[in-house]
Design a protein around this ligand. Structure first.
Ligand code: PGA
Length: 253
């Protein structure tokens, strides 16, 4: 059975105390997760240790970083390496969020290096892909995401790509309140899976969880997650409110 995942992306929000309170509120609800279900909190770097100490991996609650650098170590002032994350026992890292691609010029080639360095440090990349509005309006979204996968993931051998989580996030739906319709989400998730199958095989394609991101909230999560190729969500705004994110966790299938 494929994993079903509710991943919170706090982005650059919340003070330390606010983050700690939010996590405590969510975790104290003690929502039981089935063995194939996971909740993952992608928190800012300074909150990783605190978040790690509050979450119980045995109950399928995990912590993720939101980014890491594409080099192993050295004179890169201000950057954080995958090895540093590994030394904190962080198991997941968001890679290639559209905000990183847009504001920090992260290219598919750089993201391929980040994917490699995460895997080399036993960190599972939550690899983001997704098209801007102009591409969607031209109906070219499938080709656009196919190139993102090809250039950042398809160098991996089957046993490595099987470890990855993909998040499809149409840029026009992020933080806009606009959500892809369930049909649009299912259609492109099925396309992504068929593209992976064509490159690898059906076993690989059916192993990789593909999350939907873009204005997921308590009121639409269950409907979005019910689609056969949608395996949960990567959630920004609604992950900053305990009751919203708890409802999203409960909407996992
Ligand atoms: P949003 O963000 O839920 O606020 O649209 C999603 C994301 O960027 O991961």
């Amino acid at each position: 059975m494929r994993k079903q995942i509710a991943a919170a992306n706090w982005k650059m929000n919340l003070t330390f105390k606010e983050g700690e309170n939010l996590l405590n509120e969510i975790l104290s609800a003690n929502v039981a997760l089935a063995p194939h279900q996971q909740a993952i909190f992608a928190v800012p770097f300074p909150y990783l240790t605190m978040s790690k100490s509050l979450t119980d991996e045995e109950k399928n609650y995990f912590v993720a970083a939101q980014n890491c650098y594409n080099k192993a170590s050295g004179a890169y002032t201000g950057e954080v390496s995958a090895a540093m994350l590994q030394s904190l026992n962080i198991r997941y890292c968001v890679i290639g969020h559209s905000e990183r691609r847009e504001y920090f010029n992260e290219t598919n080639a750089v993201l391929a290096e980040k994917v490699n360095i995460c895997l080399a440090n036993n960190i599972i990349p939550i690899f983001c892909c997704g098209e801007p509005l102009s591409v969607r309006e031209e109906g070219k979204q499938n080709d656009f995401v196919a190139v993102q996968l090809k250039e950042s993931l398809y160098h991996l051998p089957a046993e490595d790509i099987k470890k990855i989580i993909i998040a499809y996030e149409p840029i026009w739906a992020i933080g806009t309140g606009k959500t892809a319709s369930t049909e649009q989400a299912q259609e492109i998730h099925a396309y992504l899976r068929s593209n992976i199958e064509a490159q690898y095989d059906s076993e690989v394609a059916n192993t990789i969880p593909i999350l939907y991101g873009g204005s997921v909230k308590a009121s639409n999560a269950a409907e979005i997650f019910a689609s056969p190729d949608v395996d949960g969500g990567l959630v920004g705004g609604a992950s900053l409110k305990a009751d919203e994110f708890l409802a999203i966790i409960k909407a996992l299938q």
